[in-house]
Write a protein that binds this ligand. Structure first.
Ligand code: SAH
Ligand code: SF4
Length: 384
């Protein structure tokens, strides 16, 4: 089998070129063709020596993921369902805003953490995505959007690893993918515009600080271990105090001077004023001086059989008010793409019922009438 060049960061591509007896600058040229210009064929790469262009197809390829469907929300959010084989599919969501375009990327087919409120967690774990499969989501979305918006500029300005899966449980594939996102010859995103969201894999938070310290979001969801144990099973392995210690160790390397804590609002479970008070105390006093942070309240997005409900709006606002008044900047996440099930935790791919997934995938392939796109977005890239 020949190599898929989407699997390689620039160092990897340079090593690959060396094996072919080519100079490093050839790797830079190739890399730019792939990631900046969206080329998938070597004969398009007009500034490469003809001999190299002719040699490459026999040793490598640039292969994207097959699209099973593309849906567009009335609010402009676009969701792709990509086929990753064996009846598994992953989802990717583009969220346009006035001043940015954010792509929410999946890192695994399913997830082994099994959070109670997450539909990906309910479906179980199928497998890790490869670097190429993580990057194919960005490559595909960016070049698709550029063509359709007739934009010569970058459309995706921010990436969040908040799709399906726990990115820090797929660390070895994640790191080269992040490097390509940040590379000036790749997507050239700044470290503060790439966010890894984790349910709290403590040792990998430390490694990320060393390897590629991008912005960090930590899915906290509860202010004490008993409650967090019941919502995020990984808490039994890495309890809150250890997780917050890891956040404190991450901060010196982080591109921003705070950690984002995500908190999914579940009616009658973690949304009472006493939970807010406890959370406030926790983040303000942990380790003596507290953890510099912002809190993002996520209204729970329901899915069948979760047995959970979203907190009423007034309860969410009251919760946020307690935190803000206590001096911790807190925002409520706007739900996007609701009509196409593209919101957080609704990403279930097609693996929900694995016994039946292959058949349903085949059916979808047949009538995969990819919907025409109506969305028009002029992407600006503000200086943040
Ligand atoms: N595994 C990582 C990243 C993917 S989940 C993590 O857990 O952080 C991305 C975010 O969506 C997390 O904060 C997660 O807690 C949240 N989420 C999951 N299910 C949700 C749901 N049903 N409603 C709202 N948010 C949800
Ligand atoms: Fe996995 Fe994140 Fe969902 Fe938890 S919330 S099950 S860690 S994807």
């Amino acid at each position: 089998m020949t190599a898929n060049l989407l699997d390689l960061d620039l160092e990897g591509l340079a090593a690959f070129c060396e094996q072919l007896g080519e100079k490093r600058f050839r790797a830079v040229q190739l890399f730019r063709w792939i990631h900046q210009k969206g080329a998938s064929r070597f004969d398009e790469m007009t500034d490469l020596a003809k001999s190299l262009r002719e040699k490459l197809p026999s040793v490598c390829h640039i292969t994207d993921l097959p699209v099973l469907s593309r849906q567009e929300s009335t609010d402009g959010t676009i969701k792709w369902l990509f086929d990753v084989g064996d009846g598994n599919a992953v989802e990717t969501v583009f969220i346009p805003e006035d001043d940015r375009g954010t792509l929410c990327i999946s890192s695994q087919a399913g997830c082994a953490v099994g959070c109670r409120f997450c539909s990906t967690g309910h479906q179980g774990f199928s497998r890790n995505l490869t670097t190429g499969e993580i990057l194919a989501q960005l490559w595909h979305a960016e070049h698709f959007l550029r063509k359709h918006l007739k934009s010569a500029d970058r459309v995706i300005t921010n990436v969040v690893m908040m799709g399906m899966g726990e990115p820090l449980q797929n660390y070895s594939a994640l790191v080269p993918a992040l490097r390509v996102m940040l590379d000036d010859h790749g997507y050239g995103l700044s470290r503060r515009r790439v966010t890894v969201s984790t349910s709290g894999v403590v040792p990998m938070i430390d490694r990320l600080a060393q390897d590629v310290p991008v912005a960090l979001a930590v899915s906290l969801h509860a202010p004490n271990d008993a409650l967090r144990d019941s919502l995020v099973p990984l808490n039994r392995k890495y309890p809150i105090a250890e997780l917050l210690d890891a956040c404190l160790r991450y901060l010196p390397a982080a591109p921003r001077d705070f950690i984002t804590f995500e908190y999914c609002m579940l009616e009658g479970v973690n949304d009472q004023p006493e939970h807010a008070q406890q959370l406030l105390k926790l983040v303000k006093t942990h380790g003596g001086r507290g953890v510099p942070c912002k809190i993002n309240l996520i209204p729970f997005n329901p899915f069948p059989d979760s047995g959970l409900k979203c907190s009423p709006r007034a309860v969410v606002l009251r919760f946020g008010q307690i935190l803000n008044e206590g001096g911790v900047v807190t925002t409520v996440r706007k739900t996007r793409g609701d009509d196409i099930d593209a919101a957080c935790g609704q990403l279930a791919g097609d693996v929900l019922d694995r016994t039946d997934a292959a058949r349903r995938l085949a059916e979808r392939r047949q009538d995969a009438a990819v919907q025409p796109i109506r969305f028009v977005h002029t992407a600006k890239d503000p200086q943040v």
